[in-house]
Every structure is written in C-alpha cells, then in structure tokens.
Design a protein around this ligand. Structure first.
Ligand SMILES: [Cu+2]
Length: 149
C-alpha cells in the first residue's frame, strides 16, 4: 500500500538535501555524564555558508534539547536558554564550555565516553527556510585539566 506520509517525508528529505548543505558542524562532542546526571552539553564549531541561525535541536537520548548561553553574572557562571544562535555567513561559531552550547536535558541514559550521540540541529536561513543538520557527536569525558582546579 502506498503511504503518502512516507512519500511526503521522503520528498522533504530530498528537498532539504537539494537545498544545499549550508551548515556544517566540526568536531561535535558531548560531555560524558555520570549515573543520575540528567543534563549535559553538546559542543563543536558551527559554520553556515550563507548565514542563518540555529533555532532548535533534538536528540533521541534527551527529552528536552535547548540552545544555551553561559555568561558571568557578577562572580557566578549563569546559564540561560536563548531562542536562537546567530550564524554569520562564512564565519565559524564556537559552541564550547563556558559559552554557547546545545543543552541536552532529561537524559534517558548515562552517556559514556566513546559513545556516539545523534543530534538534529535546525538552522533557519534567509527567508525562513529551514535546514536540518544531522550530527554525530562523540561522547568525551570531562577535561581532566579542569578537574585539577
Ligand atoms: Cu546549558
């Protein structure tokens, strides 16, 4: 039987592939978690050829995925959700600890170093055209040099 929903989905995938892979993610990684930890961050370097903004993200390992910004509020590090992250045309934007990150919350399982986490990033380009970027992020243990401080 012909399923129109599958056909529509396939057509959408073809369209989005045809609409040039504008955005790339270099060295995507996710911070490993320990048992009981329900949240972590995904980092990497985003580049959009034509420019756009990261407006949403999702992952099968997390119930909630948000775009976050970390900044100093007086003497404390504060994290807040932002509606979108600007990606200037041709300019790499770093997602890194202490700055912007994709926040994975309501984790369904612990994430161990060496595993791979699939994510879908949604980037909105000029004219509101949306592009889905599939990312395979490597899980890495927290930086040992940070633990020493
Ligand atoms: Cu966060």
């Amino acid at each position: 039987m012909f399923d129109t929903r599958i056909a529509a989905a396939a057509a959408l995938i073809c369209l989005s592939l045809a609409a040039q892979a504008q955005t790339t993610v270099k060295d995507p990684w996710v911070r490993a978690t320990v048992a009981g930890q329900k949240a972590t961050g995904m980092f990497g370097q985003l580049s959009s050829a034509a420019g756009g903004k990261l407006v949403a993200a999702s992952s099968p390992v997390a119930g909630i995925v948000e775009i976050h910004e970390m900044s100093m509020d007086g003497t404390t590090m504060k994290m807040r959700a932002v509606p979108a992250l600007d990606l200037p045309a041709g300019k790499a934007v770093d997602l890194k600890p202490g700055g912007y990150h994709v926040m994975l919350m309501d984790l369904k399982q612990p994430l161990k170093a060496g595993e791979t986490v699939p994510l879908t990033l949604v980037v909105e380009g000029a004219g509101g055209k949306r592009e889905s970027v599939e990312v395979k992020a490597v899980v890495k243990a927290p930086d040992a040099s940070h633990a020493k401080h």
